[in-house]
Design a protein around this ligand. Structure first.
Ligand code: SF4
Ligand code: SF4
Length: 188
């Protein structure tokens, strides 16, 4: 039975609510770095633009938000798994680092952890050290992440990869990562 848009939106809302209850650290880490992960832009460092890729269904959260500009790309325009045949949605943060935090995307909520599927097919969370040109002080200074943040983030991603599209995306990113480096740090 196909899931309706309203059911999909409710399930994303539940994920956001679960992640709202935890935080990577118990202080405002943005004060350490000027919220660089919100304001960094690859082509034009520290501009006011930031774009985040959405997972399937997240686009339903942004239809009426003035703080996020929702748009989409054709899946053929970008290197994405072949299973992603429909449009790929993205949001631009209109006024970073300020935003409606209750609807910030999953990609933003689970940083600095990312999902990874190892060569033996095991699912893990690892530190997202390799993919950003800016320095995150949590990673640089080896600041310990909260246990409940790790646990909830793990459970959420484990649930998300039950969606074959999400699995294929995590799998593709993981294979790319394994080709680049074997020195990523597994958290769980
Ligand atoms: S997650 Fe890292 S880069 Fe982002 S605000 Fe916190 S310390 Fe800064
Ligand atoms: S969604 Fe909000 S917290 Fe996340 S990067 Fe954009 S402005 Fe920063």
């Amino acid at each position: 039975m196909e899931i309706t848009a309203s059911e999909m939106k409710k399930s994303i809302q539940k994920i956001y609510e679960r992640l709202d209850k935890v935080s990577p650290v118990d202080f405002d880490c943005g004060k350490l770095c000027g919220e660089v992960c919100c304001v960094y832009d690859e082509d034009n460092n520290n501009t006011e633009e930031l774009v985040l890729y959405l997972l399937p269904g997240e686009e339903l959260m942004y239809e009426d938000s003035p703080e996020f500009e929702l748009y989409y790309m054709d899946s053929s325009e970008i290197r994405y798994p072949h299973s992603w045949k429909d449009s790929i949605y993205l949001v631009k943060c209109v006024n970073p680092p300020r935003c409606d935090r209750s609807i910030r995307p999953i990609q933003c909520r689970t940083f600095p952890l990312v999902p990874h599927i190892s060569k033996d097919g095991e699912f893990h969370l690892i530190l997202d050290e390799t993919e950003f040109p800016y320095e995150c002080p949590i990673l640089r200074d080896h600041i310990r992440l909260n246990d409940d943040f790790i646990k909830v983030t793990y459970e959420v991603w484990k649930m998300l990869i039950r969606n074959p599209l999400v699995y294929d995306l995590v799998d593709m990113d993981s294979k790319d990562r394994e080709k680049r480096t074997s020195s990523y740090k597994t958290v769980i």
